[in-house]
Design a protein around this ligand. Sequence first.
Ligand SMILES: C[S@@+](CC[C@H](N)C(=O)[O-])C[C@H]1O[C@@H](n2cnc3c(N)ncnc32)[C@H](O)[C@@H]1O
Length: 242
Amino acid sequence: MDHLPNNNSQYKDQDYWDERYRHEETFEWLGPFSHFEHLLREEIRSNETILILGCGNSSMSYDMFMSGYRSITNIDFSPNCIEKMAIKYACCSGMEWKVMDAKALEFENESFDVVLEKGTLDAMMVDEKNPWNVSQETAEIIDQVSKEISRVLRKGGRFISITFAQPHFRKQLYAKREYRWSIKHQTYGSDFHYHFYTMTKGENLSSGDQELEDKRSQRAEPQSTVYLQITENEDYLNKIEI
Ligand SMILES: C[S@@+](CC[C@H](N)C(=O)[O-])C[C@H]1O[C@@H](n2cnc3c(N)ncnc32)[C@H](O)[C@@H]1O
């Protein structure tokens, strides 16, 4: 597969993705829409405004459009991606495509009902070797993105994160009172279980998640090994261990 990077770190790089999208027409991370549509339907009404972060060349936005979601803004930091997707789906009125960095969203406060990401935050964490103790640099990147998401969400809005990452790893990044959201975790998939988090703005963290935030600084590394689920052809999940 000629789109595979020389090393995993490249999954963080804009240049890598932009070059990849010059050649690649479509790739679906974390399974097709049909596998998690039932979960999305529980969380998003068809008349709500949706922002998709790091849309890539996935067909998810189009699949959502065809299933009745009509206000979908897609961003990605790859100009090649956005240019090709805007042409491909020009017929879908209500779908917008913008080159933008998820760390610096160019939208007003409280402008979306839903922010959705699938595999985008995973790609930002590829250098992590120890998921129990995420590096300061990566924690700051995820914090920057999370603050932006919270800022652009309306009260009662939801941040939906579809990811390889199990709750004991990902919740430590999402559980912050500052983001003013609660966290719900679900899974989908049969062979591999993927993780579907719903953060609802305006609700409090559960007491368990508040404790997680409080304990984060003094967290001890467990002795047991956690084995990760491997997915499809690209094995960055297995290497990054998030
Ligand atoms: C693993 S791919 C997932 C693509 C798509 N969401 C999917 O489910 O197939 C990660 C995507 O995030 C985009 N991306 C990574 N970092 C980004 C950032 N800081 N701002 C915007 N897009 C970013 C990449 O260009 C790439 O399209």
